[in-house]
Design a binder for this molecule. Structure first.
Ligand SMILES: [Zn+2]
Length: 498
């Protein structure tokens, strides 16, 4: 496809999302919140409005691999390093990206960025509820909020526009924003999206959809298809049966990335409610649209080959993928924990045991993108998410988050050792910080786990953002309990433009 045709297609795609239920930006009479450099929420919410520094350097990458450790703040990296490698140890991937290279012509850089979102927060910004509890358009830009969720954070890097918690690539007024996949496709590049989460989860969703609500997973909402909750989880104008662009799963198919590998296969068993594929399951729709599909089958994922005009959609588990380590449970202060520190144990259900670790999925994605003629000619954009660092941090599960950080690190290490860093930019960062903290002794007023680290010492990991790990039923952003935190994050890169 010529660049011109591709760009026209991308713009047409964006124009088509006007049926999302977008709203004109209203006057912000109540906007009195200013950041220290004087920008109002309305200014920060404009495309590019939150940028602090101008772009530096003039080297352009042909390919980009963006690694997102969900909820991977500095604390989460350090917890995992201490446990797995020792306090003075180093990760093969996480600690290699952004470091000066032995190769003179490979750029490297490490910095920090902030992640706040705008709007009043989860579930109440650009959408509201009518008398029946259905979601309806309700512009309410609200204030700046210091703690983001994954969808507002992901929307910001995917589109360059800051937005409200729960938004997927729409601004605070509900207007869809052009995203990285749309831009990559317009440039003729191949595209890939890999995650250990449900593929409809916020971080992968920001590359494949525009949705006022992150829970709008499928045509029947966030259900397994035996019930329909879409009117409560999707802006009703967005649904296909109302003439909209459809749920995240349906938009994923329309976006047509070359490679999509993740979890969340059960949502594709839902029945399409409107449009050309009405009455079919989303899996049936995917097959009719020419996708190579894999459902919960690691061997079949590994056997996938590039086929012209047949993008890959491989969903490896019903929901989020099983974690690498069995869970540990944070508990109240107890001297017995110091005497018997926890050693994490491998989870027999982890899909890495069947050839579907995050490294395996990253390798498959890179192979498919490198075999793609568009990738060879124009390059590719690949996002890889280590999703459950966040999800296990929500659960106060130290072993869970450590194993997921390990899995993520090995995927990064594979990429660093197998891509050409003279033409490929590898970026590693996170979307928001999280709860876990390393303490010298068990805290009296928070839950904690005492772990035996690789260097033989005890390490106390504290979880102090919820009273316990079962009581705060409405807390967290993924049905979890411990909360995201608002500190700035590491961003590291190697390759052109790093
Ligand atoms: Zn989270």
């Amino acid at each position: 496809m010529s660049k011109h045709k591709a760009l026209t297609g991308a713009i047409a795609a964006l124009a088509s999302v006007a049926t999302l239920g977008a709203l004109a930006a209203p006057a912000l009479a109540a906007d009195t919140t200013y950041s220290p450099n004087g920008k109002s929420v309305a200014e920060l919410a404009q495309h590019g409005g939150a940028q602090r520094i101008a772009a530096i350097g003039n080297k352009k990458a042909k390919n980009v691999v963006l690694f997102i450790g969900d909820g991977m703040g500095d604390s989460e990296i350090t917890v995992a390093r201490d446990y797995l490698k020792g306090a003075n140890g180093h990760f093969d991937g996480l600690d290699a990206v952004g470091q000066p290279s032995a190769l003179d012509d490979v750029q490297a850089g490490t910095g920090q960025y902030t992640t706040f979102s705008v709007g009043n927060g989860s579930k109440d910004s650009a959408v509201g509820k009518d008398g029946d509890g259905k979601l309806v358009a309700n512009p309410n830009p609200g204030k700046l909020t210091p703690v983001t969720d994954s969808s507002a954070s992901g929307s910001a890097w995917a589109t360059g526009t800051k937005t409200y918690n729960n938004a997927v690539d729409v601004d605070i007024y509900g207007n869809p924003q052009l995203n990285l996949f749309e831009l990559a496709k317009a440039a003729g590049k191949a595209t890939g999206n890999v995650t250990t989460a449900e593929i409809q989860d916020a971080t992968p969703a920001v590359l494949e959809s525009h949705s006022s609500e992150r829970a709008c997973y499928g045509p029947q909402g966030k259900t397994d298809g035996t019930s329909n909750n879409a009117s409560k989880q999707c802006l009703i104008n967005q649904l296909k049966e109302n003439g909209g662009i459809g749920s995240i799963s349906e938009q994923l198919l329309d976006t047509r990335a070359d490679v999509t590998i993740g979890g969340g296969s059960k949502y594709f068993r839902q029945t399409v409610q409107g449009g050309e594929y009405k009455g079919k399951t989303v899996w049936e729709q995917a097959k009719e649209m020419g996708f190579q599909t894999v459902e919960n089958d690691p061997a079949a994922m590994n056997a996938l080959q590039y086929k012209d005009g047949q993008p890959v959609l491989a969903l490896m588990s019903d929901g989020n993928m099983p974690t690498k380590f069995n869970p540990s449970k944070a508990t109240a202060k107890d001297p017995a924990k110091d005497a018997n520190p926890t050693v994490c144990t491998p989870n027999a259900d982890w899909l890495g045991n069947q050839g579907s670790s995050l490294k395996d999925m990253t390798k498959k994605a890179l192979d498919l993108l490198n075999d793609n003629p568009n990738g060879q000619k124009n390059g590719f954009f690949l996002q890889v998410e280590g999703a459950s660092i966040d999800k296990q941090d929500h659960a106060g599960n130290a072993c869970g988050q450590i194993g997921e950080t390990d899995d993520f690190d090995q995927a990064i290490a594979y990429a660093m050792q197998n891509v050409d860093l003279t033409n490929t930019l590898v970026i590693v960062t996170a979307d928001h910080a999280h709860t876990s903290q390393i303490l010298n002794a068990q805290p009296a007023y928070a839950l904690s786990t005492v772990l035996k680290t690789a260097d033989g010492n005890n390490m106390v990991v504290s979880y102090g953002t919820a009273q316990d790990d079962s009581r705060d039923a409405d807390g967290g952003y993924n049905g979890g309990d411990m909360e995201h935190t608002g500190t700035q994050l590491r961003i590291a890169a190697s390759g052109p433009g790093a």
